[in-house]
Write a protein that binds this ligand. Structure first.
Ligand code: D6G
Length: 804
């Protein structure tokens, strides 16, 4: 960044002038007529202006150096709000606050007016957003490539405790962070047939749509480097059928447009659950094919020989959603650039890498061969060739891995076969990949799998969302921690300093007070900020075991009712999360939680000893309010099922103590924060698998009077008095198929929670644990993760410090 830019960033006057300018010239309003949204649009444009010079500079330097670039292909980028993050990164908060205040406008109101960019379902999409931030912070030349969904993740409300979904419409307002690239258009074909002419395959698709780029600058810290997020929007090749329109057949005239735009219309709201829809396959191919055409075009502007592609380009496939990149890149190399299959395969494999995010069998993508052949006939041919190649290698290694099996194309196997490196997202998950789902492939290619434990960006997840802790850290250890999170270790010795502990816990208390007001405003429920705030926020899924938490909550209420005068540690239990609309078992759990909440919150005998909240429509912005105010972080998935988790890291970073199983990155959180500063319970991944044979839910329930009482109450309709059978489906599922072993782990969970009660009651000891959780969380920065990818997978270097 030039000195002039630096001056601009610190110059309140210049930002205030820019806001006034944009309010008049971009929004078209005078200050007295401007709404909160108008001010937001004006501020956003003024802030975006500040990104332009550093963005151009980074682009120029990347071209000039012609080093290797990274392309991160992800079906999801769960960005959340952009304005506050940009303001933070640029160091413009004070300037923005005072510029708006001079017009009597509150900065916080303006920031909160922005709809979340919810182009993702949960952890995978949020991880991609954290990675973009870290790539820019580290100055690694990179593009994020994804889909510009017109409708992001659905909005959730509750009606009588039931989840109701509504379409989300973030683009109905002006979205002024992006630049439309009308000229950046690629043809994407579907269907049709393949003909061989003179040894060449010619694919003639029946349907062709255009992919159009929209670019959003992604600034790193203080805009020292700025990358691009390029999202593709589907447009019709032929805008309009004039002939039917003239006949008065307006629907028919609009049909091509509607059909094409359907491809980027809606984010699929599934998360770790089976999907298999034709449209989803089209979405996957649409954004992957556009991205590959775009990056090859860019490569070829400076390089003549595509054999050099692996030395200039690293493509990361975020899960299997872009796994069609293997066959597509091979297709482009053979059919457009004249390579033979073996060379094309070598180039593609040298360029592509694959991150696996789940071992849950139902979430591993597999497409019917018929659907694949109908949608992408040329790719199906190439998949067969890749499979033949794999099976040869497998035979040599005495393994049996295949891509095409039982009329399905296994996308995980395809991605693996086409990748240079394959990584898991926590140490445990990577080990399990080698032992289970990919054991065969690991035998064939023993060097290919490696681990890169996930991380979170400290800019959003501490600096941005927890002002109190940010200020305390800045004052205590300086500001370097923002881009070097291991610096947090410096506060570890202060866990023994009573004054520091008091200040640390005062920050927590202030955050809890803010959450208390938020809850009162949003839900009309009074809670005490002195209670323990116990939070489980994530997608609702059986493996994450919100049900176990709900059952424990009901059991705790029973215990309180029996002996209200005992020395209870008051708790506020907070749930947050959405269920995939078609995932009925998860939706049943949501309704049960809501009914349990009503029963507990309305019981005067329980009073402030226990409250249960389930604020609807959990999203990134809600997480930013909840996490800094949390005392206890619930990370209670069945061991072996949560690949990593990233919420767990955000909580620990913000001084929450974890109650959790030895699953995903919880294992590494324990290693870093130490056994004394985390509550671990339950079966290990090995014990879970050992317990499968002869597993008997009823036997576990019979052994646990505490659990049994709650199960009986649910059966009797205690939580749904108007409709006693309402929650029977939850019980029926639990008794028939407790695959995620809620019953087996319940007693251990209950016991751990009683230890937590005792721990929280000892204010000093708890404060120590809280401080040490923050102090030892530095390793969970996504900067560390991205540096790991850069070194071990991509072989790329930072350009941020390079001379121009
Ligand atoms: C991004 C950044 C901008 C650049 C544009 C096109 O929007 O500075 O001009 O991409 O870059 P290429 O796609 O041609 O590399």
């Amino acid at each position: 960044m030039t000195e002039k830019n630096m001056r601009d960033f610190n110059d309140t006057g210049s930002l205030a002038g820019a806001i006034d300018f944009h309010l008049a010239n971009t929004v078209g309003k005078t200050p007295d007529a401007a709404s909160t949204t108008d001010w937001r649009l004006a501020l956003s444009r003024a802030v975006r202006d500040k990104l332009i010079d550093p963005w151009f500079e980074a682009t120029r330097r990347t071209y000039a150096q012609d080093n290797k670039r990274v392309y991160y292909l992800s079906m999801e980028f769960l960005l959340g709000r952009i304005l506050q993050d940009a303001v933070n990164n640029l160091g413009l908060e004070d300037a923005a606050r005072s510029a708006l205040a001079s017009h009597g406008v509150d900065f916080a109101d303006v920031v909160c007016d922005e709809p979340d960019a919810a182009l993702g379902n949960g952890g995978l999409g949020r991880l991609a957003a954290c990675f973009l931030d870290s790539l820019s912070c580290l100055g690694i030349p990179a593009y994020g490539y994804g889909i510009r969904y017109a409708h992001g993740l659905f909005q959730q409300s509750f009606e009588d405790g039931r989840q109701v979904e509504m379409a989300e419409g973030w683009l109905r307002q002006q979205h002024n962070w992006e630049f439309e690239r009308a000229e950046c258009l690629y043809d994407i074909g579907f269907g049709g047939e393949v003909n061989e002419t003179g040894g060449n395959a010619i694919w003639t698709p029946t349907d062709v749509v255009s992919a159009q780029a929209y670019d959003t600058p992604v600034p790193g810290w203080r805009a020292g480097w700025t990358n691009t997020l390029r999202l593709w929007s589907a447009k019709p090749k032929k805008i309009f059928d004039l002939e039917p329109f003239n006949r008065g057949e307006y629907m028919e005239a609009a049909a091509p447009e509607v059909l094409a735009e359907t491809i980027s219309r809606v984010l699929y709201p599934d998360d770790s659950t089976e999907i298999g829809k034709a449209l989803r396959l089209k979405q996957e191919y649409f954004f992957t094919a556009a991205s590959l055409q775009d990056l090859l075009r860019r490569f070829l502007t400076h390089n003549g020989d595509l054999r050099a592609l692996p030395s200039k380009v690293a493509i990361q496939m975020n899960d299997t959603h872009p796994a069609i990149a293997g066959p597509e890149l091979i297709r482009l190399l053979i059919d457009t650039h004249g390579f033979d299959f073996d060379d094309a395969f070598g180039i593609a494999q040298g360029t592509l890498n694959y991150t696996n995010h789940t071992l849950l069998p139902e979430a591993l993508e597999a497409w019917d061969t018929r659907l694949m052949a109908d949608t992408l006939p040329r790719h199906m041919q190439l998949i067969e060739r890749i499979d033949a190649r794999l099976s040869k290698d497998a035979a040599a290694a005495k393994a049996t891995a295949r891509i095409v099996e039982d009329n399905k194309v296994n996308m995980g196997t395809l991605a693996f076969a086409c990748a240079n490196r394959v990584n898991g997202v926590s140490a445990l998950h990577t080990d399990l990949m080698k032992q289970t789902v990919f054991s065969d492939l690991h035998q064939v290619y023993p060097e290919r799998i490696l681990n890169q434990t996930n991380g979170v960006t400290p800019r959003r997840w501490l600096h941005g969302c927890n002002r109190g802790l940010r200020d305390l850290l800045n004052e205590t250890i300086g500001t370097d921690w923002v881009c070097d999170l291991e610096q947090l270790e410096k506060i570890a010795p202060l866990a023994d300093d009573a004054d520091f502990r008091a200040r640390f816990m005062q920050v927590k208390q202030d955050n809890k007070q803010m959450l208390t007001s938020w809850v009162k405003d949003r839900m009309g429920i009074e809670i005490s900020p002195d209670a323990m705030f116990d939070v489980q926020i994530k997608r609702i899924h059986e493996y994450k075991r919100q049900l176990m938490n709900a059952l424990e909550t009901a059991a705790l209420a029973n215990a309180i009712r029996r002996d209200p005068d005992a020395d209870w540690t008051p708790r506020v239990k907070i749930f947050g999360g959405k269920a995939a609309p078609a995932y009925l078992d998860a939706k049943n759990i949501i309704r049960l939680i809501n009914d349990i909440a009503v029963s507990i919150n309305s019981d005067p005998v329980i009073g402030d000893r226990l409250k249960v909240l389930y604020p609807p429509n959990y999203n990134v912005s809600m997480a930013e309010i909840l996490i800094p105010a949390t005392d206890l972080s619930e990370q209670i998935s069945t061991a072996g099922k949560e690949a990593s988790g990233t919420g767990n890291m955000k909580f620990a970073l913000n001084g929450a103590v974890t109650v959790g199983t030895l699953d995903g990155a919880n294992v590494e959180i324990r290693d870093h924060v130490g056994d004394d500063n985390i509550y671990i319970f339950g079966m290990t991944a090995e014990e879970v698998e050992a317990a499968r044979a002869g597993y008997d839910t009823q036997a576990y329930i019979d052994q646990s009077p505490i659990l049994k009482e709650v199960i009986d109450q649910i059966r009797e309709g205690v939580y749904s008095p108007g409709e006693p059978t309402r929650h029977w489906p939850v019980l029926e599922k639990l008794l028939r198929d407790d695959y995620f072993m809620v019953a087996a782990d319940f007693d251990a969970y209950w016991a751990a929670q009683r230890q937590v009660d005792k721990g929280f009651a000892d204010k000093d000891a708890w404060a120590r644990m809280a401080v040490l959780n923050t102090a030892h969380s530095g390793w969970f920065s996504s900067d560390r993760t991205i540096q790991g990818y850069a070194d071990a997978i991509w072989g790329v270097a930072s350009l941020a410090g390079e001379s121009k």
